[in-house]
Design a protein around this ligand. Structure first.
Ligand code: ATP
Length: 314
């Protein structure tokens, strides 16, 4: 008989808790193209992972359970509709293992904020359960399962800065010399529904009330390579911003307040209502955040930097 080797145990997964940290995303460029036959819009986007994190801890268990603390506690359902549970089931199904785990989510990314918090949690669950169960999938296999869970999920596995095409699920990294960009993230009271924001954009476009579409990401990508926030600032753009402003006119005041406080540029993040501001450096970011909170134009203003890694075991 063969001798027992600790390696075998390792390969069958982790025995202790697995903790995964996953970032929020912003879209530096969110170009929304035509509505496709499958109901999604064709996107041309540049994703950017920033240092606001959710954390998912996975422990061994006899069933699949989810508990949580932080943003959205009491509001967010912890049943099969939760993206964490859906991700765990998807991975277990793919790998042919039982979906047994005790999962605990510590949430800092606001709900329905346009920061892809739900997608981040799905990415975290894939990485955490893959380690806990020792299923050992490649990043590409995980990204494949991720794409079925949501358009932003593959990016949140990768992190960094990346180009997204298709409905956003096809990601390729943007290669750039290491730079840190300094952001202020103005979190609003309450959320905005992403499907509703897309419908509002369609309506604005039909009535001719939407601005011209952003088009190519070339200018933004060239600006990223310059590593100068003053060059990057005027290239940031979001086709969903008109829709978010139409649904939540007060966001115009938030955007103005950030720029008045010294931000180089401000845009709505994804489908909103979170607004993100690019600043010259970390000290400026702190100043802008303090002024935004004092002006009472958001629930909370947080400083963040990017790019940061995607979902990772800590
Ligand atoms: P996006 O930028 O990808 O559109 P968002 O940041 O606007 O996303 P999310 O917080 O990702 O919004 O979630 C939107 C909805 O997804 C929530 O209102 C909720 O109903 C559902 N959802 C399911 N699971 C989760 C989860 N773990 N965290 C947050 N939302 C979840």
């Amino acid at each position: 008989t063969e001798a027992w080797r600790p390696d075998d145990e390792e390969r069958r997964g982790a025995s202790g808790p697995v903790r995964v940290r996953v970032p929020a995303k912003v879209n530096l460029h969110l170009g929304v193209g035509p509505l496709r036959r499958d109901g999604y819009h064709e996107l041309n986007t540049v994703y950017h992972a920033i240092s606001i994190y959710d954390e998912l801890t996975a422990r061994r268990g006899d069933t699949l359970t989810l508990t949580m603390e932080g943003e959205g506690t009491g509001e967010l359902a912890l049943d099969d509709s939760n993206l964490v549970i859906r991700a765990a089931h998807a991975l277990a199904g793919y790998a042919g293992v039982l979906p047994h785990a005790r999962l605990h989510l510590r949430k800092q990314i606001p709900l329905a904020g346009g920061l892809a918090g739900g997608s981040a949690d799905a990415a975290a669950a894939l990485v955490a359960c893959d380690t806990l169960w020792g299923t050992g999938l490649s990043r590409e296999e995980l990204a494949g399962i991720a794409a079925d869970l949501g358009s932003d999920v593959p990016f949140l596995i990768h992190g960094g800065t990346a180009l997204g095409t298709g409905r956003g699920e096809a990601v390729s990294p943007v290669l750039a010399r290491p730079t840190s960009w300094h952001w202020v993230v103005a979190i609003a009271d309450g959320g905005l529904s992403t499907p509703q924001a897309y419908r509002e954009l369609d309506r604005l476009r039909e009535t001719g009330a939407a601005g011209p579409p952003l088009g190519s990401t070339d200018t933004l990508l060239a600006a990223l390579r310059q590593r100068d926030p003053r060059i990057l600032a005027p290239t940031l753009g979001n086709d969903l911003q008109d829709a978010a402003l139409s649904m939540r006119p007060a966001l115009a005041t938030t955007l103005k307040a950030g720029e008045a406080a010294g931000a180089l540029a401000g845009i709505v993040s994804g489908s909103g209502p979170t607004c993100v501001f690019l600043t010259a450096d970390a000290a400026d970011a702190q100043r802008v955040a303090t002024e935004l909170e004092a002006a009472g134009v958001c629930r909370q203003a947080r400083v963040a930097h990017g790019p940061v890694h995607g979902a990772r075991v800590t």
